[in-house]
Design a protein around this ligand. Structure first.
Ligand code: ZN
Length: 171
């Protein structure tokens, strides 16, 4: 029997390692997210995309109670956009909306990868005081490494890469 098993096992191992080596989707890179942030008058609006792997450590539907808890906790935390982004107190911003979407939240079995799509909106009494943004989520989700940020305000644009080692952005 040994004589036959060895070559079969070798084939299986090479098939498995080939699937592990498959590259991730072009716009989906583990640990890396993107954020479009814009200020129009007194309304600050953002769109954040992040691989779920960076937030939960898995991208499939929860397989046990701990994973279900982690996913529910994330969904709950995101009801408050300050979980993701911290604005200067002096800007006196009030959250108007926050919407977290993912096929995982809807219980849809994905094709191996899954993203969080997050939209939020604030109305600010002192928008001129929006001189610095902080991203506290990096501390709670240590698999998150960076955020490609695009800032738009009054016709001016700025791009930046915010890293977990220094999670702030100043327009
Ligand atoms: Zn993925």
């Amino acid at each position: 029997m040994k004589f036959f098993l060895t070559p079969i096992r070798a084939v299986l191992i090479s098939v498995l390692s080939a699937s592990w080596a498959m590259p991730a989707l072009a716009q989906h890179s583990h640990g890396k997210g993107s954020l479009q942030l814009s200020l129009n008058g007194d309304v600050l609006q953002g769109q954040w995309t992040m691989p779920m792997e960076a937030l939960l450590g898995f991208e499939h539907l929860p397989k046990n109670a701990a994973q279900t808890d982690a996913m529910n906790q994330l969904q709950k935390s995101l009801q408050n956009a300050s979980y993701f982004i911290e604005l200067p107190t002096e800007s006196k911003c009030q959250q108007l909306e926050a919407k977290a979407q993912s096929d995982m939240f809807q219980g849809i079995k994905g094709k191996g990868h899954s993203d969080l799509n997050y939209e939020f909106k604030f109305k600010c009494a002192n928008p001129q005081m929006l001189t610095k943004f902080e991203f506290p989520f990096f501390k709670s989700h240590i698999r998150s490494k960076q955020l490609k940020l695009e800032w738009v305000s009054q016709g001016s644009q700025k791009s930046a890469t915010v890293r977990s080692s220094k999670p702030t952005f100043s327009p």
